[in-house]
Design a protein around this ligand. Structure first.
Ligand SMILES: C[S@@+](CC[C@H](N)C(=O)[O-])C[C@H]1O[C@@H](n2cnc3c(N)ncnc32)[C@H](O)[C@@H]1O
Length: 287
């Protein structure tokens, strides 16, 4: 299962390795790849291959949509989080500070909440917290205050309008600053941490014994969720829950003690891989 189909790079690689022939223990007759993406545009990248089932939904509903396809368990689960290059480079989607567009940032365009709603309706305190936690914006409080001040007279509708309205409080390199601000808005609009938690919680019951989950994150908060869940079967930090017996509670076994990160060469060839971290866990065989 590929939870984040995007441009289909990972799915294509999985299909290349997957059996095309019948297996005696496989009543369907051959391997199947279930690919999720909540962005309907991703469908345009589907290969012409009967083994793939595309589900245009949020991966937080994995189990429900697998059941609809009569699939109870899978051999592998892959997720490559965040936005795709396609989404990022498409000006109208509002993900990139390089273009002017409406403040949108929805991966799923059926969704109601947009970046416009967040910027124009959230309280100052809520804005402060999200810029601080999701964007690690150095002056998150000042930024939140500025937004609330400006929006009382103007509605912040576009990317350029937003950037101009807060320009005087920008700290350091404006591109870096706005990249952090936009990252925070994107994480909030798409409830990226909530969706990741919901998906992680379904992994133990969906994987077959010996099956593996591989997740690539691009943000320290995401990586912490994956690391803790793979190690302990919970999102708590270790010291917060010293009484949990992790050995018996956790159905997963960590394969990557340290996250796999890109090599210098890969970072040079693909600068967007810079902050990627891959973690892999395996479902324990039943005793
Ligand atoms: C980094 S891209 C994946 C790129 C892909 N691995 C490839 O090889 O082209 C992430 C994709 O996952 C989708 N996505 C992100 N969060 C999602 C979620 N909660 N549910 C479903 N799709 C999601 C995005 O719409 C985007 O297309």
């Amino acid at each position: 299962m590929d939870c984040t189909f995007g441009g289909g790079g990972h799915s294509t690689a999985i299909l290349e390795k997957m059996s095309a022939k019948a297996r005696p223990d496989d009543p369907v007759g051959r391997g199947k790849l279930v690919a999720f993406d909540q962005d309907a545009d991703a469908k345009k990248n589907l290969p012409d291959d009967e083994r793939i089932i595309f589900v245009p939904q949020n991966f937080r509903h994995l189990q429900r949509f697998l059941r609809l396809n009569s699939i109870k368990a899978v051999d592998g689960i892959m997720a490559d989080l965040g936005v795709s290059s396609h989404q990022f480079d498409e000006a109208g989607r509002g993900f990139s500070i390089r273009y002017n567009a409406e403040l949108d940032m929805r991966m799923d365009q059926r969704q109601v909440l947009t970046a416009f709603e967040v910027v124009n309706t959230y309280t100052e305190q809520r804005l402060h917290k999200l810029f601080e936690q999701y964007g690690e914006v150095t002056n998150a409080k000042t930024l939140a205050r500025k937004i609330v001040e400006v929006r009382s007279s103007t509605s912040l509708r576009t990317i350029d309008g937003f950037k101009n309205a807060v320009r005087e409080i920008v700290k350091g390199n404006p591109n870096k600053y706005f990249a952090q601000v936009f990252q925070a808005l994107r994480i909030e609009v798409n409830d990226e941490l909530g969706a990741l938690k919901d998906m992680l919680l379904q992994i133990p019951s969906l994987l077959k014994p010996g099956g593996r989950a591989a997740i690539i994150t691009f943000h320290s908060l995401e990586d912490r969720l994956v690391k803790n869940f793979f190690r302990r079967g919970s999102f708590d930090e270790p010291e917060e829950n010293p009484f949990i017996n992790t050995e018996t509670a956790n159905e997963l076994h960590v394969i990557t003690k340290k996250p796999v990160v890109p090599t210098e060469k890969e970072m040079k060839e693909n600068s967007r891989s810079r902050s990627a971290k891959l973690r892999v866990a395996e479902k324990r065989e039943m005793i």
